[in-house]
Design a protein around this ligand. Structure first.
Ligand code: AMP
Ligand code: MG
Length: 292
């Protein structure tokens, strides 16, 4: 039997509260205090994760398909998942193991690296606007406009008076998206310096991981304290009531994946979705089908 779309028993019982209440950035929270190996709000253990992940992936997939289905009959709402984090934090794993459970027809994935010459010739939000999710889609930003106040700030790629203006501009941009029917789920993924080292070492050891390794990752690693400051500024200045940041400890991949899954489910449930009704006469169509 198909699972009912909405069922209070779906509430994830292995969480002490709604996950977002543990994860939402609060004014005064310090990046330096984040424990990347913590599992805030989760009562279960690693051994509970695989089954729970499967179960919640299914719920996510059902809702995500519903969102897409509704867009076929004019619902223009969309979700935008913004993933930010240092290399190895696990952005790719979220894309593969969480978002990957959804229906690709309704997913718009975009990753943002060093701007191309063409991108560089435009305002920094140009490439971002071009990658926004259409109606009914889940947009996934693997890195985002926040790079323009992270690496750009850390590496002095533009003068401080230029990047300094961007926080307000980003807030205004996100407000525009929200007013246009986008639910923004912002996820800041924090891995510890030690865990990053292990993950980079693995990338250097395993042929199936070489593709993820970039010598430049070590250069960014050397700038860790400056990145911590830049992340702090992002969280302080761009956590808004309409687009709050969530801080995800990422040393335990099983935890970060469960946590982001819950944030997505929560965002989708907040849209109060249902399957679109038939826009044809069901009885008449059954009859027609019987006759051919
Ligand atoms: P990856 O996501 O591992 O493929 O790496 C992409 C790289 O591009 C990261 O080092 C980002 O910090 C960098 N990057 C992304 N956006 C920008 C930007 N606007 N300016 C400069 N570098 C960027
Ligand atoms: Mg990388």
């Amino acid at each position: 039997m198909a699972k009912a779309a909405f069922d209070a028993s779906d509430t994830p019982t292995l969480w002490t509260h709604e996950p977002h209440s543990h994860l939402e950035f609060q004014p005064g929270d310090e990046v330096g205090d984040i424990k990347a190996n913590a599992t805030p709000g989760f009562k279960g253990s690693k051994s509970d994760a695989p089954d729970l992940q499967d179960e919640r992936n299914e719920r996510f997939a059902e809702l995500q398909e519903m969102l897409y289905a509704r867009s076929r009959s004019g619902d223009t709402r969309k979700i935008l998942l913004v993933l930010q984090g240092m290399d190895t934090a696990g952005k790719g794993g979220i894309v593969k193991h969480v978002v990957g459970a959804g229906n690709p027809q309704g997913i718009r994935y975009a990753s943002f690296g060093k701007p191309t010459d063409e991108e560089q010739a435009h305002h920094y939000l140009w490439r971002i606007r071009n990658a926004l999710p259409p109606a009914g889609h889940l947009g996934v930003f693997d890195r985002s406009h926040y790079e323009d106040v992270l690496i750009v700030r850390v590496r002095d790629l533009v003068p401080p008076e230029v990047w300094g203006e961007r926080y307000d501009e980003i807030n205004a941009f996100e407000k525009e998206l929200v007013d246009d029917g986008t639910t923004i789920v912002k996820v800041a993924m924090f891995v510890s310096l030690d865990e990053q080292k292990e993950r980079l070492a693995k990338r250097l050891k395993r042929p199936d991981k070489y593709w993820k390794y970039n010598p430049g990752d070590i250069d960014e690693r050397e700038l860790w304290p400056k990145y911590q400051q830049a992340y702090q500024a992002v969280l302080d200045k761009t956590s808004t009531e309409y687009a709050p940041w969530h801080v995800i400890p990422c040393d335990r991949k099983w935890y970060s994946r469960l946590a982001v899954t819950e944030l997505l489910i929560e965002a989708l449930e907040g849209l109060d979705l249902s399957w679109p009704p038939a826009d044809f006469d069901i009885k008449a169509e059954k009859k027609r089908l019987d006759s051919v």
